[in-house]
Design a protein around this ligand. Structure first.
Ligand code: NAD
Length: 253
């Protein structure tokens, strides 16, 4: 039976761990070829090797999403490996804690990775999908924090709100220029990635309060978000356009 994204080529940033890794595994399992892009070379190479290696199903590429020139090289390499690009997932992100007294450097780094990186990726993918001559899907990983804020998420919430509205601007750009590319954002609640697991193991009280703020009664698993990405990457979501897919266990209720 054909997979849900059979024949598609996807590029996932921040793909060597956490949510990105789960997205890569699911997209490959459902028939896509995937470029694993990350600054974490060792973990990214190991994941690509496990999934078939040598570019058969997955290939690793070192990419810092804040590096404008590196995006051009990454798109060229994707075309050399797999011949086209159908799907980009702008997933790379950082979440340093910081209230309104945070150092300016923390603000700038957070905005740079989360928002500049998403802009550069979205622009590069619009160009590369258009060159490929295929209909495309761009999926921007925002957060529930892109719709609300907590005392220590000032830069993170600002960056993820930026991702949310950049997504809509990119979607209307594609519409205006008659480009068959859908752009949508996805908004996870807190998920048990390895980093989050380690943090909560060391801070049991934080675990209790986080669970309490998710009315479903537990935190998410990386696969919960990966299935949303799979839907947005597949043709099943052909009427999703400039929209927001919230997967948060009820956090935003
Ligand atoms: P993670 O830290 O496990 O993974 C992030 C990956 O991004 C890492 O592999 C890291 O090496 C990579 N990365 C960091 N900076 C980069 C850069 N400049 N260029 C390229 N790669 C870079 O985090 P995660 O929890 O899997 O989060 C993935 C995305 O989901 C992020 O955008 C995050 O804001 C968002 N998110 C996560 C949660 C959650 O609970 N885990 C909730 C809401 C949103």
């Amino acid at each position: 039976m054909a997979g849900r994204v059979e024949g598609k080529v996807a590029f996932v940033t921040g793909a060597a761990s956490g949510l990105g890794e789960a997205m890569v595994r699911l997209l490959v399992a459902e028939g896509a070829k995937v470029v694993i892009a990350d600054v974490a070379t060792e973990r990214g190479e190991a994941l690509a090797a496990e999934l078939g290696g040598n570019g058969a199903r997955a290939a690793f590429l070192r990419l810092d999403v804040t590096d404008e020139a590196a995006w051009d090289a990454a798109m060229e390499q994707t075309l050399r490996w797999f011949g086209k690009l159908d799907v980009l997932v702008n997933n790379a992100g950082i979440a340093p804690s910081g209230d309104m007294e945070m150092p300016f450097s923390v603000w700038r780094t957070t905005l740079s990775v989360n928002l500049d990186g998403t802009f550069l990726g979205t622009r590069a993918a619009i160009r590369t999908i258009t060159r490929s001559g295929v209909p495309g899907s761009i999926i921007n990983v925002s957060s529930t924090m892109g719709m609300t804020a907590e005392p220590t998420t000032a830069a993170y919430s600002a960056s993820k709100a930026g991702v949310r509205n950049l997504t809509k601007a990119a979607a209307v750009h594609c519409s205006t220029h008659k480009l068959p590319i859908r752009v949508n954002s996805i908004h996870p609640g807190m998920c048990l990635t390895p980093l989050v697991r380690d943090y909560l193991a060391a801070h049991p009280q934080a675990l209790e309060s986080q669970i309490a703020s998710h009315p479903i009664g537990h935190l998410g698993e990386p696969e919960d978000i990966a299935y949303g990405v799979l839907y947005l990457a597949s043709d099943e979501s052909k009427f999703m356009f400039g929209s927001e897919l919230v997967i948060d266990g009820g956090y935003l209720i």
